[in-house]
Structure formats: structure tokens, C-alpha cells
Design a protein around this ligand. Structure first.
Ligand SMILES: *Cc1c(COP(=O)(O)O)cnc(C)c1O
Length: 411
């Protein structure tokens, strides 16, 4: 894989005749086919190649799940269902998209805080695996199971007593709204027994967006040790163990791609160490952005070209309302530029200039690239934002300023 710092010209998409190729066709042709800008495009070949890359490095016994909240586009989820072993959903709406693919419902798992009784009932009725995050959810599951005459497929989501170091977003360790505190697990396992609920296993998620193999290896080892402890506390055999994911992708200058080889080797060795205490356990990892993030682009058209006090502004028809993360407003502490290119001026021969790429919203936050060196662009050119296959459209405030939504295509 590409281990160099990400730069617009070093992404996974090929270039031919000065034009970026997406889905095997020139971007200019794809834009004609979509019929309007802005839009998101996801490349099937890159999605398939990424799954194959992960599988080539993971121990073969470990299942690979796709975390749908990274990209819930139904056609993309349908594509992913054919490649992965399970789909992790985080709402009743995502559950519906997953069920609509025709996947075996037992390969859908539903995690997330604050699941409503209606969402829980839909999951139980469908035969999906529910990852319970609280005592209230356990009591509701027992009630719903009795009412429907079904045994809920139940996994306990555990808030670990450690975190994935250096991750972009803290999702475990310390006080959190996610999962059941590891030290509270014995009490809730006893409650499950009293309620007549069978616990199929555990889900231990410690963080996201890590580019450090060492940190992921350490978190996985700690996760397996915690799972051993939980196995001692439960009377049911541990059938399911989801050890989280957290594999990051490089977004910003100077970041390098994650090397999966040492992670796979260390996981293989760590699994061998715990095999004795977890003999019946199917281990899975769950990945969102790592599987889909680099396979997607966001494309907007240059509507205006302005010079303000000596600085060039390319004003496009797209912006933070479609792509909050690229604007720097989705949890980033210091704003940095995503990799951006002019998709119809990809050759190195073009004259270059410093320019800022902005959107049409009436806020200075509406920025796709701040003072970036780009080929000199003209009105009508296509601005491409790379690394846009995850947490793009569905993580953006599309209603803000009432511009049209961005369509998505899988090509
Ligand atoms: C969001 C989420 C993921 C996916 O995270 P990525 O950084 O996209 O891989 C995985 N597991 C859980 C529990 C999540 O909430």
C-alpha cells in the first residue's frame, strides 16, 4: 500500500489524459452522467480491493464486519454485504437498509446508546444480534422477547477500562455513554441470568481513526485479556467476541497509511494465547472508514473565481452542507486540508497557484481547502475532495441554507 504522505496526486484513483478516473471512466464523463454537481462517487473496484487487502492480513478465523454508519448508501451496503461477514448497524434506519440487502439477519449486529423499545423490538423480531449498552436495554429485551415469544440474540457491549491510544475519537475507556462499564459486567451478567436472557458474547470497542499499528496491537491484546476475564464471569459459553476496529486512514499532509502486516501477525499470536479460555468463540473486527473512506470522492464545480486582496478564492457549488468533515467542522481540533485536486487538470504540466476552495454558504466555515497549491482553475472545472467515502454525505447538515442535496453514485 501507499505509505507516502497523502497528497492529492497520490491517492488510489488512476489518472489518464489529464483527468481523474473514477469507476473506470474520466471524471468529466461521470459528471455528465450524474447530470449535476455536486455529487459523491464511490468506486466498486477500490471497495473490493480494500476488503481483499484486509482479509489478506487478518488471521483467516477472524470475521470482518462493515460498520454501516461510515457510509449507509444502500447500493454501497449491498456491495459490501457480498464481501464481508457481517454488518454493524447503529439505528433502526440502518437496520432496515441492512435487512433490505437480503443478508442473513443473524449477521447483522445493532449497537449504539439509547435504542428505543421500538428499535429493539424490530431487531429482535428480525433476528438481528442486539448489542445491549445498559441495564434498561436488558430489561426491555427480556420484556420484548417474552411478548414476541422469541429469545433475543444478545451481546453485551462493554466499555473497556483502557482506550485506543492516539485515536482520532475517544469511544471507550473512562466515563462514557457507550456500553456497560467492564467492572459492572458481573452484576449485569447475573441480571441476564435472572431475566432468562442468554448472553452470546461481548463487544469491546476502544476507539477509532488510529494510524499507529503499535497502538492497535496494544488495544487488541488488552481487549482479549478483558474478554478472558468476562468469560470467567459469564455462565454462558462466549460465542461472539467483537474486538472493535479503529483502523484509520490518512487524511492530512504528513499522515501515512496504516501498515496491516504487523497488526495481523500480532492478532494471530494474541488469539493463540487466549484460545484455551475462549474455545467456542467467533472473533470479529468491525471497520467503517478503513473499508470505504478512500474509495470515495466528493465532486463540486467551480462557479466563480474571485481575488480578494491578492488571495484567490474558487467558489464552488459544494461545501460543508454536503461535506462537514472536509470543511474541518466534524470534530477536528485544528483545521487541516483534506487532499483536494482539480479533477480535469491532473497533469503536472499545469501552472499552479495558491487558492482557497470555498462553498456557497454564508459562513466563513464553508471551506473545502484553505490556501492550497492547486493548478490554476477556471469556472466550470471540477474540484475533487478525496478520502470522502466515509462520514461524508450522511454526516453533513444538508438542510443548512436549503441548497439541493448531493446525489451519490456507486460506479
Ligand atoms: C463508528 C463505529 C465504528 C466505525 O468506526 P470507523 O472509525 O469508521 O472504523 C465501529 N464500531 C463502533 C461501535 C462504532 O460506533
Amino acid at each position: 500500500m501507499n505509505a507516502k504522505p497523502v497528497h492529492a496526486a497520490q491517492t488510489l484513483f488512476p489518472v489518464a489524459d489529464d483527468c481523474l478516473q473514477v469507476g473506470g471512466m474520466p471524471l468529466t464523463r461521470l459528471a455528465q452522467r450524474v447530470g449535476s454537481t455536486p455529487f459523491y462517487a464511490y468506486d466498486r473496484r477500490l471497495l473490493s480491493e480494500r476488503v481483499a487487502h484486509v482479509r489478506a492480513h487478518l488471521p483467516p478465523a477472524v470475521e470482518l464486519h462493515f460498520s454501516m454508519k461510515a457510509n449507509p448508501m444502500p447500493a454501497l451496503v449491498q456491495h459490501m454485504v457480498q464481501l464481508v461477514d457481517g454488518i454493524d448497524v447503529a439505528s433502526g434506519g440502518e437496520l432496515k437498509v441492512a435487512l433490505d440487502t437480503g443478508i442473513d439477519p443473524g449477521r447483522i449486529s445493532f449497537a449504539g446508546p439509547g435504542k428505543s423499545d421500538a428499535e429493539l423490538a424490530r431487531a429482535v423480531a428480525a433476528g438481528a444480534v442486539v448489542h445491549a449498552e445498559s441495564e434498561r436495554e436488558l430489561r426491555a429485551l427480556a420484556r420484548i422477547g417474552n411478548a414476541l415469544g422469541l429469545s433475543p440474540l444478545l451481546v453485551l457491549r462493554i466499555n473497556p477500562d483502557f482506550e485506543l491510544k492516539g485515536s482520532g475519537m475517544r469511544m471507550g475507556g473512562g466515563a462514557k455513554q457507550f456500553g456497560i462499564d467492564a467492572e459492572d459486567a458481573p452484576r449485569l451478567l447475573a441480571l441476564c441470568a435472572a431475566l432468562g436472557l442468554t448472553v452470546l458474547g461481548f463487544h469491546i470497542y476502544s476507539g477509532s481513526q488510529s494510524l499507529k499499528a503499535e497502538a492497535i496491537i496494544e488495544a487488541q491484546a488488552q481487549t482479549l485479556v478483558l474478554a478472558q476475564r468476562l468469560a470467567d464471569d459469564t455462565r454462558d459459553p462466549v460465542r461472539i467476541l467483537n474486538i472493535g476496529g479503529g483502523f484509520g486512514i490518512p487524511y492530512f499532509p504528513g499522515e501515512a497509511a496504516l501498515d496491516l502486516a504487523p497488526i495481523g501477525e500480532a492478532l494471530d499470536a494474541a488469539l493463540a494465547r487466549v484460545k484455551g479460555s475462549l474455545p467456542d468463540t467467533q472473533v470479529s473486527i468491525e471497520l467503517g472508514r478503513y473499508l470505504v473512506g478512500e474509495a470515495g470522492v466528493y465532486v463540486a464545480r467551480v462557479i466563480d473565481r474571485k481575488i480578494s486582496r491578492g488571495q484567490v478564492f474558487l467558489v464552488t457549488d459544494g461545501g460543508l452542507h454536503h461535506h462537514l468533515a472536509a470543511s474541518g467542522n466534524f470534530g477536528q481540533v485544528i483545521r487541516k486540508n483534506y487532499p483536494v485536486a482539480i479533477g480535469n487538470r491532473m497533469s503536472a504540466a499545469h501552472e499552479r497557484e495558491m487558492a482557497s476552495v470555498v462553498g456557497p454558504l454564508c459562513t466563513p466555515l464553508d471551506l473545502l481547502a484553505e490556501r492550497m497549491e492547486l493548478p490554476v482553475a477556471e469556472i466550470g472545472d471540477l474540484v475533487v475532495v478525496f478520502q470522502s467515502g466515509a462520514y461524508g454525505r450522511s454526516a453533513s447538515p444538508q438542510g443548512f441554507l436549503s441548497h439541493p442535496d448531493a446525489p451519490e453514485v456507486l460506479v
